[in-house]
Design a protein. Structure first.
Lengths: 261, 388
């Protein structure tokens, strides 16, 4: 199996997220950056599939120079090689442009399986998997909480997370699969893994190297523009329900009002 | 002056252990502290992560890092839970390290692959009920009978000695006496001997009821007519004393790292709390009395960390490091105890409640001034280096 897994570097989940005042892009400079947490599950799943069926795991990321830290983490976990698409010209690309760029790189790798996570914790578009599948002309399976590949039959099947249970869905390979956090427990890189990562092949591409037109990427050419933004309102104080014999009903009413039940 | 900057790989490992501590250790730390239970599932995961193999070469199942990298891992664990940190420190520094440093190739191959995997634990039994700081006063004896050592005696306060996964305890014992001197007794010849667990006659007595380190495993040991093969002698006969001094010198750097982790945890918790706790209409962190306390805590932690980084760097560079290790241990254990006391103060009444980590840090701190050489012993060592 030739597996490609996409990973994105995002501002630390624990840090306060901000937009750059000048161009309204995500501020990735003044914060600690980490691998999008859900992508760790994607990497883990790719490694598990490789361990079961053999093959190779290639990590693909588009992001600033610093995103190489995220690539190293994936390589220390056990991925075999990586492609880093990075270029000042890419700064501010929107999801559509990002997907075009990533698809171009992924196509050159001729994968049997592309694994993405369901969403990245910064922009939270939840769209990249679908955009990639469309551009690559591949079937897409989403919200996978379990993945089973059958290389001999050229098939991949998943348990797709549903509101009350799961659906069994399958597709022919090659395919794009999006995973959710329930799928596995990502491993921590060992020191041996960290050392080994230093020697693994890493290809760094500029937008030109990847064959992308200068005008097709970056803030200027983005199809969508961030016009304005507001900080999230502070969390509201909780509702205190006093139990006067009807506490249960009040809680049920509250949950119903929040559309939780 | 040796370089104390972290390499990219050391920094990556430090970050990994920081994450591991936050995600795996922290959620169960209070539970194991309260129930005084050994966190087997955490230790197993530390093993999978390769922490028990950090300073050993790959041919023994190790990770091929070094002692400094081990210390970084110990510091990160101690920011969350001292018990788990000492389990690693003792397992590697006292359990596996003597076998690696002084063992024959056969002994290394017999014990290290299991120990470095973290699936089994080793312990080092030096202290006795009547001999701690003055370890030369060891009473436990080992007599060579045919091709076996016959060991009799007892040990006190031995870490990792009675868990379900303890498979080896290295003990020091008197194996003879030099020519009788004027007093007629002669000087004790001390050697180190590997005792596999279980061995008939070897018993880990019920655990101590301790003030802190509740999730760490500590037992008195009794050895009654314990027989092990003559080949279990570790290192040269009569070199036991010199060998464990080397092990303790290194161990001081690791205990210093553990102390720094605890001291740092107290700073972190205090900053968070001081920002949020209101008194007299403002967060207590706006009052200079609290700010100064925290500033001093941070300064102490920083100096302590610099001291252990330096001692570790000297050791790895092959330079003399005994004095620096003693200074690091002396200073950082004091920093840990002081920071824990100050953090508890900053938390007010909540600081005295077991559900807050600072209360646990406060209970866990004191032993740092006692284990692997008391503060007085560190001062004796430093004074000796000054020619006194
Ligand atoms: C307000 C705002 C500001 C932005 N600022 C910037 C900016 O400063 N710089 C910038 O580059 N982009 C910026 N973007 C674009 C954003 O990064 C894109 O929307 C795009 O990368 C898709 O990300 P997502 O988080 O929506 O992906 P999702 O669709 O939520 O991600 C799903 C999965 O797709 C994969 N994936 C997503 N993005 C990448 C990637 N870049 N490389 C590899 N795999 C990936 C991951 O596996 C991820 O888990 C901004 C977007 C918004 C809304
Ligand atoms: C939780 C825990 C875990 C431990 N784990 C281990 C282990 O795994 N293996 C092991 O071998 N040991 C272990 N120990 C033992 C520990 O190393 C000893 O307790 C320590 O070295 C002190 O020895 P002691 O208790 O006999 O005190 P003593 O040596 O009796 O000291 C009593 C006091 O006298 C002071 N003192 C002694 N001599 C002098 C002097 N010459 N001048 C000035 N002051 C002096 C000491 O500093 C101390 O304050 C552990 C102890 C504890 C509490």
């Amino acid at each position: 199996m030739n597996i490609v897994v996409t990973v994105k570097q995002v501002p630390d989940t624990w840090a306060e997220k901000k937009l750059d005042a000048a161009d309204k892009t995500v501020d990735r400079v003044s914060v600690d950056n980490v691998m999008n947490e859900m992508d760790e599950y994607g990497v883990e799943e790719a490694l598990k599939i490789k361990e079961a069926h053999g093959g190779e795991v290639t990590v693909v990321t588009m992001g600033p120079a610093k995103a190489v830290e995220t690539i190293r983490k994936a390589l220390s976990m056990g991925a075999d090689k990586a492609v880093h698409l990075t270029d000042d010209a890419l700064h501010g690309s929107d999801a559509l442009q990002t997907s075009a760029a990533l698809a171009k790189v992924i196509a050159t790798l001729s994968p049997d399986l592309v694994i993405t996570a369901t969403e990245a914790s910064d922009a939270r578009g939840g769209v990249m998997g679908a955009l990639l599948a469309e551009r690559l002309g591949l079937p897409q399976l989403t919200q996978a909480r379990k993945v089973t590949v059958d290389p001999a039959a050229g098939k991949v099947s998943i348990e797709r997370l549903a509101d009350n249970g799961y659906a069994l869905v399958e597709a022919s390979l090659p395919a794009v699969v999006g995973v959710v956090e329930k799928i596995n427990q990502p491993r921590y890189p060992s020191f041996k893994g960290i050392m080994a990562a230093k020697k693994k092949p890493l290809t760094t591409l500029s937008s030109g190297d990847a064959g992308l037109d200068a005008g097709s990427v970056g803030l200027a050419g983005a199809g969508s523009t961030v016009v304005d933004s507001q900080p999230a309102p502070p969390r509201q104080s909780g509702t205190i329900v006093k139990d006067e014999g009807d506490g249960g009903v009040k809680i049920a009413d509250f949950l119903a009002a929040q559309k939780l039940i | 002056m040796p370089d104390t900057r972290l390499t990219d790989e050391q920094e990556a490992l430090r970050k990994t252990v920081e994450e591991f501590a936050r995600e795996v250790v922290a959620p169960v730390a209070a539970h194991h502290d309260e129930t005084k239970t050994f966190p087997y599932e955490v230790v197993a995961q530390m093993g999978e992560l390769g922490l028990f193999g950090l300073p050993f070469p790959e041919q023994y199942g190790g990770q091929g890092a070094d002692y400094f990298t081990l210390c970084l891992a110990i510091e990160e664990l101690a920011r969350v839970d001292s018990s788990v940190a000492i389990t690693l420190e003792a397992g590697v520094g006292l359990g596996a390290m003597p076998i690696y440093r002084f063992g024959t190739e056969e002994q290394r191959l017999q014990w290290l692959p299991e120990l470095t995997s973290g699936r089994v634990l080793g312990a080092f039994g030096l202290t006795e009920p009547g001999a701690g700081s003055d370890a030369g006063g060891t009473r436990t004896t080992a007599r060579l009978e045919g091709d076996e050592w016959l060991i009799n005696g007892s040990k006190a306060f031995i870490t990792n000695s009675g868990t379900d996964i303890t498979r080896v305890v290295t003990v020091t014992a008197v194996t003879g006496r030099s020519e009788a001197d004027a007093s007629g007794t002669g000087k004790a010849e001390i050697s180190t001997i590997i005792v596999p667990v279980p061995t008939p006659g070897f018993t880990a007595e019920p655990p101590y009821s301790k003030v802190g380190w509740h999730a760490s495993d500590t037992h008195p040991l009794s050895l009654v007519d314990v027989r092990v093969p003559a080949a279990n002698l570790l290192g040269e006969r009569g070199r036991g004393y010199a060998n464990f001094l080397r092990i303790l010198d290194e161990g001081r750097i690791a205990i210093s790292a553990l102390s720094v982790g605890l001291a740092q945890a107290c700073v972190d918790e205090s900053v968070k709390y001081a920002r949020q706790r209101q008194a007299f209409g403002a967060p207590i962190g706006t009052y200079q009395a609290i700010q100064f306390k925290i500033a001093e805590m941070e300064a102490r932690t920083h100096v302590a960390r610099t001291a252990y980084y330096d001692a570790a760097a000297r050791m790895l560079a092959g330079l003399p490091f005994k004095k620096e290790a003693a200074i690091a241990k002396l200073f950082s254990s004091d920093a840990a105890v002081t920071n824990a006391r100050e953090a508890t103060q900053i938390f007010g009444g909540y600081g005295f409640m077991n559900e807050y980590p600072v209360a646990r840090h406060w209970r866990d701190a004191k032993i740092l001034e006692i284990g692997e050489g008391t503060s007085e012993v560190q001062k004796m060592l430093i004074a000796r280096h000054l020619g006194l």
